[in-house]
Design a protein around this ligand. Structure first.
Ligand code: HEC
Length: 463
């Protein structure tokens, strides 16, 4: 925060409507909603702050926004809104939600100046939000097979709803959009693919076409401490405890076996992904989609039937996007520790281009830090999340995708607060290990990348 903003904020907090310090620091007429504020809100806030969306109030009109002026001043000044958690000192992200210092000053001056409306003639046209699909006409809309019941209260363990897709040949996802049936009860969704069960009669493995001379050695892509090597699209890191949980009630949908890489996900305010021209993600023939649903009861029983719309590229793209994850499945966070560090590291064995990362812990996670150690020994912090917040599962999409040479190490560090001081901590007296549920923990990072130079994987690529 600049001194100017600090002054402005103090003025607001003190309830001063025309503090002289404020006027001296930022001369000129008091900004108005119509002329100065609406453009900022339309560009940065109303994607969430509009009727039917996840935020508690709309900011589309003056009437909607005016009662919230005080709260807006403080949330904007302290950086809580718009929600974005990357440390600006490291990396630059194409989907960053961040107000400029000038925009913050305008908001502070508007609120401290009495939050006037201004002239109707100054008001720009409000953005148009479609009830339809924002990715344009989808090629296919897939829907959950059932109206999943969510109780009014209590905790719903993660549920895994499988949607048959069963395309006869590979499809290349160019864009996706996810629409929860009841947004209020859906905390987040992770969509993975799942291979069909192996046919009862074992087929001999399909012969792969011989590699062209000079073609890159296909596997492995990554290796981990302990010598594990994984092909593209698989989960790596220390092995996860086997998930053997049977369904505990008629409505329980435990994780099916054999779920593959994630292809996307939904978090409030982020339900769409369009890959750049020439890039797409493979949905292999015969695979289904598995939606990992995190439902949060909201005080009133409801049901959810989430839909996912897909747009396909006409054929294999120039650049096939792959996903992989870096995890530490062996974590153990002792009871009553306030700042417990968990590390994970992988060596990237091929030249890749890295497009985005999603850090994921549960409610005890407080901080993330990612560093590349290049083959020449140079180190670079590529993402730092100093105040991780479980409620905001951001995908950090690099503005300039990172070209990473083979031999680079990716080192991830996450910190956990398992003390009573952590208000989100469900039980500081428990040691915590890996698990799906929010009272368990994860140390999980999803990576979206391509092989460089761009090569589309052959249909028979091992997954
Ligand atoms: C990605 C979605 C999203 C965006 C973008 C967003 N908000 Fe929010 N906002 C929320 C949600 C959800 C809440 C309620 C939960 C919370 O406070 O975290 C909220 C809460 C708030 C509150 C607190 C309301 C109260 O109860 O006092 C204010 C003020 C606010 N937002 C202002 C803004 C402003 C101003 C912007 C744009 C500069 C903005 N938000 C952008 C989702 C968003």
């Amino acid at each position: 925060m600049t001194i100017k903003q600090a002054v402005a904020v103090l003025a607001v907090l003190a309830g001063a409507s025309s503090a002289s310090a404020q006027t001296a620091a930022a001369p000129g007429p008091v900004p108005t909603f119509s002329k100065d504020i609406a453009p900022i809100f339309f560009a940065n806030c109303t994607s969430c702050h509009r009727p039917g969306e996840i935020a508690p109030m709309s900011l589309l009109t003056y009437k909607d926004a005016r009662p919230w002026a005080r709260s807006i001043a403080s949330k904007v000044a302290d950086g809580v809104m718009p929600p974005w958690h990357a440390d600006p000192a490291h990396g630059s992200f194409s989907n960053a939600r961040r107000l400029t210092a000038a925009e913050k000053t305008i908001i502070a001056r508007w609120t401290s100046g009495g939050a006037p409306e201004g002239k109707a003639a100054d008001l720009p046209a409000a953005p148009v939000y479609s009830d339809g699909w924002n990715i344009g006409q989808p090629d296919v809309v897939l829907s959950m097979q059932e109206d999943y019941p969510i109780p009014a209260t209590g905790t719903v363990p993660y549920q895994y709803l499988e949607i048959p897709a069963n395309f006869p040949e590979d499809r290349w996802i160019q864009a996706w959009e996810i629409k929860p049936g009841d947004r209020t009860a859906v905390h987040h969704i992770i969509v993975s693919t799942k291979a069909p069960p192996a046919p009862p009669t074992a087929q001999p493995p399909q012969a792969r076409p011989p590699a062209a001379p000079g073609a890159p050695r296909p596997l492995p892509l990554f290796s981990f401490a302990g010598g594990t090597e994984i092909p593209a699209g698989q989960t790596g890191g220390e092995p996860l405890p086997a998930d053997k949980r049977p369904a505990v009630s008629p409505n329980d949908r435990p994780r099916p076996r054999g779920t593959g890489p994630s292809i996307g996900g939904y978090v409030p305010g982020n339900s769409i992904r369009r890959f750049p021209e020439g890039m797409a993600m493979r949905l292999p023939a015969g695979h289904s989609l598995v939606l990992q649903m995190h439902y949060t009861p909201m005080g009133k029983a409801t049901t959810d039937r989430t839909k996912i719309a897909l747009k396909f590229a006409p054929g294999p793209p120039k650049t096939a996007l792959l996903t992989a994850s870096l995890i530490n499945g062996g974590l153990l966070i002792p009871a009553r520790t306030a700042n417990h560090q968990v590390d994970a590291e992988m060596t990237i064995n091929r030249d890749i281009t890295l497009y985005s990362m999603v850090p994921h812990t549960h409610v005890r996670g407080i901080r993330w830090h990612y560093e590349m150690v290049y083959p020449d020994g140079r180190k670079e912090v590529i993402l730092s999340v100093p105040k991780y917040d479980f409620n905001w599962q951001h995908e950090y999409v690099f503005k300039d995708p990172l070209k990473i040479p083979a031999g680079t190490k990716l080192q991830a560090k996450a910190w956990y607060d398992n003390s009573a001081a952590n208000k989100s901590n469900p039980d500081p007296t428990k040691d915590v290990r890996w698990g799906d549920q929010t009272w368990e923990e994860m140390m999980y990072t999803s990576l979206t990348f391509s092989l460089a130079p761009p090569t589309a994987p052959t249909a028979g690529q091992q997954r």
